[in-house]
Write a protein that binds this ligand. Structure first.
Ligand code: THU
Length: 128
């Protein structure tokens, strides 16, 4: 059974690979899917700033590319910020792939892992 600490450690490791020469704000993420598989990713920026991709969406893209559409947990870490919660766009994307048994967003503050339910971070997420 994967624990939250393991997910956070993998998000930390992934944050070191971030390509963030413009903002210098590095972010790593680690997703745990319903099949208990793990995917990691980081943010990557572009000289055309608006093309930058957040760590969360990059990571979820890897899960999807592997045919995994249900996320039980996503850990997010930035060496630049405590309790680095996802931006609004990423909240909506996490919501799209939430697990029927619930999805938690994990962040770190003062060395402790905080757990937030996606519905808490995005009340009334858009669905079709
Ligand atoms: N960023 C993320 O990767 N995730 C978030 O939830 C917030 C912002 C990235 C985007 C950009 O590369 C940098 O952090 C500064 O906004």
């Amino acid at each position: 059974m994967t624990n939250y600490e393991e997910l956070m450690n993998k998000a930390k490791e992934a944050s070191q690979k971030a390509y963030a020469p413009y903002s210098k704000f590095k972010v790593g993420a680690c997703v745990l899917t319903e099949n208990n598989n793990i995917y990691t990713g980081c943010n990557f920026e572009n000289a055309s700033y608006g093309l930058s991709i957040c760590a969360e969406r990059n990571t979820i893209g890897s899960a999807v590319a592997n045919g995994e559409y249900k996320i039980k947990a996503i850990a997010i870490y930035s060496p630049n910020m405590q309790n680095c919660t996802p931006c609004g766009a990423c909240r909506q994307v996490i919501d799209e792939f939430k697990s029927d048994s619930g999805t938690v967003v994990l962040t770190e503050k003062d060395g402790k892992i905080l757990s937030h339910r996606i519905e808490e971070l995005l009340p009334g997420g858009f669905t079709l």
